[in-house]
Write a protein that binds this ligand. Structure first.
Ligand SMILES: [Zn+2]
Length: 174
């Protein structure tokens, strides 16, 4: 789910040790080694083209994990959700770790579904800078929009509100 549909999608086909891998569908292409560079490059380009349209896997909306430690070791972490984790564990997250878009917010949302006791304390995270303060004090509203837009897989309202909330903090930084 994203509001930035007009942005080019970053590449999702990667060079791995002995070939290429599509991070969306998990397919790999492993040319016979050693391989002439030209052949290797051509194979990579062909593979990349073949997987250009592979859809990004959509994480399940509900909590995939039942404990925060399982979540921490899993695939659904991000900078801002890890910042919440760090705060709740008594650490001090960096100020620039606030959620920037609905994808970031979604990871935070799912973490807090696993840990409702942390959801109740989300306002505390507002201590970590202006941007976090703006987000944390409007968490109820952000959460409501997230839930409203979740079935549509795009989140223009949530993204718009986040932009409005973050604008003063970002103006201060630049
Ligand atoms: Zn693919």
């Amino acid at each position: 789910m994203t509001a930035r549909r007009n942005m080019p999608s970053p590449g999702h086909v990667f060079l791995i040790t002995n070939g290429f891998r599509c991070s969306h569908c998990g397919a790999t292409c492993l040319p016979t080694m050693p391989s002439p560079v030209d052949v290797f490059v051509a194979a990579g380009k062909a593979f990349s083209k073949l997987h250009r349209g592979c859809p990004k896997p959509v994480p399940k909306p509900g909590p995939e994990f039942t404990t925060v430690e399982a979540w921490r070791a899993g695939w659904d972490t991000g900078l801002s959700s890890l910042a919440i984790y760090t705060h709740m564990k008594g650490g001090i997250p960096r100020h620039d770790t606030h959620p920037r878009d609905p994808d970031d917010f979604g990871r935070c949302y799912r973490l807090l579904k696993i840990a409702p006791e942390w959801r109740a304390r989300i306002a505390e995270v507002g201590a970590h800078g202006l941007a976090w303060e703006a987000i944390a004090t409007h968490w109820d509203e952000l959460e409501r929009l997230y839930e409203e837009e979740l079935p549509t897989k795009v989140a223009p309202k949530l993204y718009a509100l986040m932009q409005v909330l973050l604008a003063p903090a970002e103006a201060r930084v630049s």
